[in-house]
Design a binder for this molecule. Structure first.
Ligand SMILES: Nc1nc2c(ncn2[C@@H]2O[C@H](COP(=O)(O)OP(=O)(O)OP(=O)(O)O)[C@@H](O)[C@H]2O)c(=O)[nH]1
Ligand SMILES: [Mg+2]
Ligand SMILES: [Zn+2]
Length: 332
């Protein structure tokens, strides 16, 4: 096994140069527990903690290691070690953890996963199916620096999966959309093409959509625990509780994730240029440069609604996500 199998590249090698030749090793965080991490290095898998100075020096939560990070460790006896530094991330997937402190609203970046190349956005074709949520995921992935592929799972629970796929393709821009039925491992073969040596793919989506079932189906073994969805509301029960990187024997790394409840964006208003490229392209021909596409005369976006080129749900979603990103920018 090489570091490259685990996603190591010249980008990280360059950042590791200052640590070379003094007993330090690069290692990838494959699982995070409350007080320690599991990492993989050329000395195999081990349990590591981080040196107090990392926590002390960290400007915020975002500077602490998460699953997917490359860290600098010093091995100790019994497959244990200490994390001394976090190597700069190539990409990171973050959300906003809003809250209040001393009565004041505040925002905080929560890095969910690091150094992910591709995200499988998984949606169930049952009650989970929701175009607006898929748009939100696409925006979040757009801000992260990773590419997105949309998987519409549970085709057996949908009367017309092709029709749903067409609807998603209207909002997915350049991201491919695939249908699958993970329970019977059907239509998963095409996904194997995305698994390339050293590439990290994260599975994201609500609880119960079948992320772990997809992972098991691709791997061909019952690696991850699967949980039934509730009969009353069709939602999952948060069966997966830890993020984890799983190395595929044929190459490629998959990250299973717990289902996400709240999905507050962390990014900038400009990030919508990718996930809403249709609207942003129309906006170029609006009469006013700062057109908000609400009531302005000569608005090309409103005109597209009138002619049926664009639907109101999509525009409302654009406004909602844009407002959220602008508010976030103001608070930061
Ligand atoms: N009908 C049907 N059920 C499926 C399919 N794929 C997965 N399921 C079921 O959906 C339920 C949830 O699957 P999981 O793989 O545990 O879902 P998850 O996204 O990993 O959920 P969390 O770990 O809670 O985030 C299980 O009962 C699966 O058997 C499918 O293609 N069709
Ligand atoms: Mg799961
Ligand atoms: Zn306009």
């Amino acid at each position: 096994m090489t570091l490259e199998n685990w996603g190591w590249s010249p980008f990280f090698a360059e950042r590791f140069i200052p640590w070379e030749d003094s007993g330090y090793l690069p290692a990838r965080v494959i699982r995070g527990e409350k007080n320690y991490f599991r990492v993989w290095s050329l000395q195999g898998e081990m349990t590591v903690r981080f040196a107090g100075k990392i926590r002390y020096k960290a400007g915020g939560r975002a500077d602490l290691p998460v699953v997917g990070d490359w860290v600098v460790i010093k091995p100790q006896p019994d497959q244990r070690g200490i994390i001394h530094a976090l190597l700069e991330r190539k990409s990171s997937f973050s959300r906003n953890l809003p809250g209040t402190r001393k009565g004041k609203e505040r925002v905080e970046q929560q890095v969910i996963a690091a150094n992910v190349d591709l995200v499988f956005i998984v949606s169930g074709l049952d009650r989970d199916f929701n175009l607006r949520r898929i748009e939100r995921y696409l925006t979040l992935v757009g801000s992260s620096g990773a590419d997105a592929v949309i998987l519409l799972n549970k085709t057996d629970l949908c009367k017309n999966p092709e029709e749903c796929k067409t609807q998603v393709e209207e909002i997915s821009g350049n991201s491919p959309v695939h249908l699958c039925m993970a329970r019977n491992a059907e239509q998963l073969d095409i996904l194997l093409n995305y698994l390339q040596p050293g590439q990290t793919i994260a599975l994201l989506g609500s609880s119960g959509v079948g992320k772990s079932t997809i992972l098991n189906g691709l791997l061909g073994e019952e690696r991850q625990k699967i949980g039934a969805v509730s009969e009353s509301d069709g939602k999952g029960r948060h069966t997966t509780t830890h993020r984890e990187l799983i190395l595929f024997p044929e190459g490629g790394i998959l990250m299973d994730n717990p289902g996400m409840r709240e999905l507050h964006l962390w990014g900038e208003a400009d990030d919508l240029a990718e996930s809403f490229s249709d609207i942003e392209t129309l906006a170029v021909t609006c009469k006013f440069n700062d057109c908000q596409h609400k009531t302005e005369p000569g608005c090309a976006v409103i005109k597209a609604i009138e002619t049926g080129l664009l639907n109101t749900g999509r525009l409302a979603s654009y406004h909602k996500l844009k407002d959220e990103l602008i508010k976030l920018q103001q608070k930061r």
